[in-house]
Design a protein around this ligand. Structure first.
Ligand SMILES: Cc1cc2nc3c(=O)[nH]c(=O)nc-3n(C[C@H](O)[C@H](O)[C@H](O)COP(=O)(O)OP(=O)(O)OC[C@H]3O[C@@H](n4cnc5c(N)ncnc54)[C@H](O)[C@@H]3O)c2cc1C
Length: 461
């Protein structure tokens, strides 16, 4: 419903991932004029730079965002980074509503000795590298080991394990960055051990991601049946409280445990109740040679949660590569209250609030920087609806931010910040990438260097 109060007011959305687009769409529906800025000249956030290259169907969601970008009142300014090219205050000077949608792109750390050895990396870095995010182009990973360990039990951990064992032919038809295609084709990794802190019943894999592992062309899934013997608390929880996907996961794992891996094939080994306590290597900062793990048991805490508690039993898994996939976290931004523990902007249902719970009038959040790294792409749509509902309520109640330069169109100002790229600039990049991909039977060949991206954006004129 377009109301008199919101008609023609200006909103800026910082970040053009799924949450930014869903929010922009709903703000347009409310009658706002919406500018979306992104640090990169390319839009779509983790749909471009997170979703695995071998999952093209999931990336097709960008068609929805293309339609939003075509709507009256929408403008895109890529290559404009909050904090580097524009400040929060400058945005507040020009917009009635500022929505932060810049996601959470840093890795959580394990906090164990040896974590920074060569050969030990965060998932976000590895994912950015194989997906051709400009910040990952010059990264290098040790792929000359026989065994890799992936720490974590979510879908990102599975993505990473899959990327390490996919056949080069399977990768060659995707939009994986060329540098990663080449490096992974030369990789000597033959076994990937995926470690879960808690038991199989608590793994956060979604059922399709877990099932998909059965279809790997050159790798088998290996689970020791003993790993699937549930403790009584987990058994009860699975019967009484768990959602059906946890039960299905355990069934799928039992099928894996019952099948014999074939000789000579690569392996993805799922291990549970194991926490890394040290990344082992030569000397203080020599390369990784293994992971020391503590075996855990499940304990029901006072609040009824099942948590992992270390036992005295430790062992070392020899490996030359460790990728920790234990969650993404946001980065603090000057002037914005930050919840250090959760790694996100402090907020109440989408309103940016200070420590005392007081709303920073005019400032809102959506997506991963609002609620942390959880859910699927579609979760960000409902999330955006909730935030826009707060905006509508605030406008209706007169709790509105009045920008000092609100009468001016911020367009020319934004266009002069950073190396701003408009939607047509992105479309020129897109067309170029697709054209490069076509002769190779690939959806696109990504341009991965910032300078090159800008050069292709300019071709559009
Ligand atoms: C490895 C991985 C794989 C995934 N696979 C799937 C999947 O298969 N299916 C699924 O449903 N979900 C998947 N997800 C989850 C999904 O990607 C997220 O739910 C979604 O992308 C979160 O959206 P967002 O808009 O909050 O953040 P993001 O998608 O991270 O978008 C944030 C945007 O903000 C920009 N930005 C950052 N800082 C600034 C700044 N200072 N100034 C301006 N712009 C900035 C970034 O460039 C980016 O474009 C995956 C996530 C990861 C990490």
């Amino acid at each position: 419903v377009v109301t008199g109060e919101t008609q023609g007011r200006r909103a800026v959305v910082v970040g053009s991932g799924p949450s930014g687009f869903y929010c922009a769409d709903q703000l347009l529906g409310e009658g706002f004029l919406v500018d979306v800025i992104d640090a990169l000249p390319t839009p779509f956030g983790l749909v471009r730079a997170g979703v695995a290259p071998d999952h093209p169907k999931i990336k097709a969601v960008t068609r929805v965002y293309d339609r939003i970008a075509g709507k009256q009142g929408f403008r895109f300014f890529g290559g404009v980074e909050l904090g580097a090219d524009v400040t929060r205050e400058e945005l507040l000077d020009r917009y009635h509503v500022v929505v932060y949608a810049f996601g959470a792109a840093d890795d959580n750390k394990l906090g164990v000795p040896g974590e920074d050895r060569p050969g030990s990396y965060g998932a976000a870095r590895f994912v950015a590298w194989y997906n051709g995010h400009p910040r990952g182009v010059d990264d290098e990973f040790v792929l000359s080991a026989e065994r890799a360990v992936v720490v974590g039990n979510g879908n990102v951990a599975i993505d990473i394990a899959r990327m390490l064992v996919l056949d080069p032919d399977e990768l060659a038809v995707t939009d994986i960055a060329d540098h990663a295609l080449e490096a992974l084709a030369a990789s000597t990794v033959r076994e990937v051990v995926v470690l879960g802190r808690r038991g199989p019943a608590q793994a956060a894999f979604s059922n399709p991601e877990l099932r998909e592992l059965a279809h790997l062309k050159r790798a088998d899934v290996v689970i020791d049946a003993a790993e699937l013997e549930l403790d009584t608390d987990s058994e009860r929880w699975l019967d009484e409280d768990a959602d059906p996907s946890a039960r299905i996961n355990v069934e799928v794992m039992r099928e894996y445990a019952a099948s014999e891996p074939a000789e000579g094939r690569l392996r993805v080994v799922l291990k549970f109740l194991a926490s890394p306590v040290e990344i082992v290597g030569d000397g203080d900062d020599g390369p990784v040679t293994g992971v020391r793990i503590a075996r855990n048991r499940i304990e029901t805490s006072a609040d009824g949660r099942l948590s992992a508690v270390p036992t005295e039993h430790e062992e070392i898994i020899e490996c030359g590569l460790v990728l920790r996939s234990i969650g993404y976290r946001g980065r603090p931004t000057a002037g914005l209250p930050f919840d250090e523990r959760r790694g996100l902007i402090r907020n109440a249902a989408g309103r940016v609030v200070d420590e005392a719970g007081l709303h920073h009038t005019g400032e809102y959040v959506v997506g991963w920087i609002k609620r942390g790294p959880s859910g699927v792409i579609g979760t960000n749509r409902k999330d955006a609806t909730d935030t826009v509902e707060c905006i509508r309520e605030d406008v209706a109640a007169g709790r509105v931010h009045q920008p000092s330069l609100g009468a001016e169109d911020p367009g020319p100002w934004l266009a002069g910040r950073g190396q701003a790229v408009g939607w047509d600039g992105w479309q020129a990049i897109d067309a170029h990438e697709r054209a490069r991909g076509e002769p190779q039977g690939r959806p696109r060949v990504k341009v991965v260097r910032l300078d090159d991206l800008h050069a292709h954006a300019r071709v559009s004129g």
